[in-house]
Design a protein around this ligand. Structure first.
Ligand code: FA5
Length: 340
C-alpha cells in the first residue's frame, strides 16, 4: 500500500515540476513535497502503520525518493534562476553611446574673482595683503580716522551698530590704524574686505559691498604717486587705458581728498542708468593720509607721509562686465552667476 503511494507521489511530483514555469513555482513545490510538514514527511509518518519487517525497506525507498526529488527540484530551480537573471540583464543592458549627465561644478563668485584679480595686480605692484575685521570698534572705524564722536561726516556712513562700541565696518579704512600700529615703516599694504552701510539699495549701491583699501606710508610720498598708482592699477585691470576723473572730496582721514570716477564703459560716456546719465561712475575715494591719522598710528607726520584709497569692487565688476545692476551680485541666481 505504502509502496504504491511512493510511486504515485514520485509521478505527481515529477508532473508538477515539469509544469513549473519559474523559480518561485519551484520553491513552492519544494515546500509542498520536501518541507517539514510536506508530503514526504507525511509518508515517513505513515511508516508506523506498515508491518514492522517491511519498514526498513520502505524507509529506504522513501529516502531514495526524497534524494531524487531534491536533486530534480534543485537543478530545475537553478535553471529558472539563471534564465531569469539572463532576461533581467538583457533588459538592463547599458548603452555606452548615450551622452553623460553634465556635472554642475561650483565656481568662484564674480566678486571673489574680481577681488582676487585686483589683489594680483596690486601685489605685482609691490603691495602686500592685510585683513581687518568685519565687526569693528568705533575707535578703528571712526575715531582713529579723525572722526570725533560728534563729527558730521559720520552721517555720511549709515552705520549698522551692534552695540554702543561696535559696528559692522562701513569701509576698509578701518584697517589703516591697525596696520600702522602693528607694522614697521615703510608700509605698503592693501586690505580687501566686506563693508556694510544702511543705504538705499539701487542699481549701483547696496547695503553690503566690497572695497580694497590701499595704504602707502614712507618718506617723501606725494599726491602724484597716488595718481600714478591708481592709473596703473586701472589700466592693468581693464586691459586698456581708461579715462579717470578726480573730484576734490572730503574724508576726515585724508587731506587733500578726492573721489575717483571712471568714464562709464557701459554707455561710453553717453549716459545710462548705471552712471546716472552722467557718463562717469565713482569707483574710489582717495587722498593723502591726514597727519592726525598718522599720529593715531604712532607715526610722526613731520617725517612720514602717506596716501590711501578705498576702491569699490562691485563698481569695477559692473563696469568691466557690462552688468547693469549691483543687486544681481547678491541674488545667487545661477543663470546669472554661470555666465562668469
Ligand atoms: C570710503 O569708503 C573711504 N573709506 C575711501 C577712502 C579710503 C578715501 C582711503 C580716502 C582714503 P566712499 O564712501 O566714497 O569712501 O566709498 C569708496 C568706494 O566704495 C566708492 O567709490 C564706491 O565705489 C564704493 N561704495 C561706497 N558705497 C557703496 C555702496 N553702498 N554700494 C556699492 N559700492 C559702494
Amino acid at each position: 500500500m505504502i509502496e504504491k503511494t511512493i510511486i504515485a507521489l514520485r509521478l505527481e511530483a515529477e508532473k508538477e515540476l515539469a509544469a513549473c514555469t519559474d523559480a518561485s513555482g519551484v520553491e513552492a513545490l519544494k515546500v509542498k513535497f520536501l518541507g517539514k510538514k510536506g508530503r514526504i514527511a507525511g509518508l515517513m509518518m505513515s511508516l508506523k502503520d506498515a508491518p514492522k519487517e517491511e519498514r526498513p525497506a520502505l524507509g529506504m525507498q522513501i529516502n531514495e525518493l526524497k534524494v531524487a526529488l531534491e536533486q530534480q527540484i534543485s537543478s530545475t530551480h537553478l535553471r529558472f534562476e539563471s534564465e531569469e537573471l539572463a532576461c533581467r540583464l538583457a533588459k538592463e543592458v547599458m548603452d555606452v553611446t548615450l551622452p553623460g549627465r553634465r556635472a554642475h561644478l561650483g565656481r568662484e563668485h564674480i566678486i571673489t574673482k574680481t577681488i582676487n584679480e585686483a589683489i594680483d595686480i596690486l601685489v605685482g605692484m609691490g603691495f602686500s595683503v592685510q585683513y581687518g575685521p568685519d565687526i569693528e570698534s568705533d575707535f578703528y572705524n571712526f575715531e582713529a580716522l579723525n572722526f570725533s564722536e560728534d563729527h558730521p561726516a559720520r552721517e555720511m556712513h549709515d552705520t549698522y551698530y551692534i552695540s554702543k562700541q561696535f559696528c559692522l565696518r562701513t569701509h576698509t579704512s578701518n584697517t589703516q590704524v591697525r596696520v600702522m600700529e602693528s607694522s614697521t615703516l615703510p608700509i605698503r599694504i592693501i586690505a580687501p574686505g566686506k563693508c556694510f552701510r544702511n543705504e538705499d539699495v539701487s542699481a549701483r549701491s547696496h547695503v553690503q559691498f566690497n572695497q580694497v583699501e590701499g595704504l602707502y606710508i614712507d618718506e617723501e610720498v606725494t599726491f602724484a604717486d597716488l595718481l600714478q598708482t591708481l592709473q596703473e592699477f586701472f589700466t592693468q585691470f581693464f586691459g586698456q587705458s581708461v579715462q579717470l576723473r578726480h573730484r576734490p572730496s572730503y574724508f576726515p582721514f585724508v587731506e587733500p581728498g578726492m573721489e575717483v570716477d571712471l568714464h562709464c564703459l557701459e554707455c561710453g560716456g553717453k549716459g545710462c542708468s548705471l552712471c546716472k546719465q552722467s557718463g562717469w561712475l565713482e569707483v574710489a575715494g582717495a587722498g593723502m593720509v591726514h597727519p592726525e591719522v598718522l599720529k593715531s598710528g604712532g607715526i610722526d607726520p613731520e617725517v612720514h607721509q602717506g596716501y590711501a584709497w578705498g576702491l569699490g569692487i562691485e563698481r569695477l565688476a559692473l563696469l568691466r562686465s557690462g552688468i547693469k545692476d549691483i543687486r544681481l551680485f547678491l541674488e545667487n541666481d545661477v543663470r546669472f552667476l554661470d555666465q562668469f
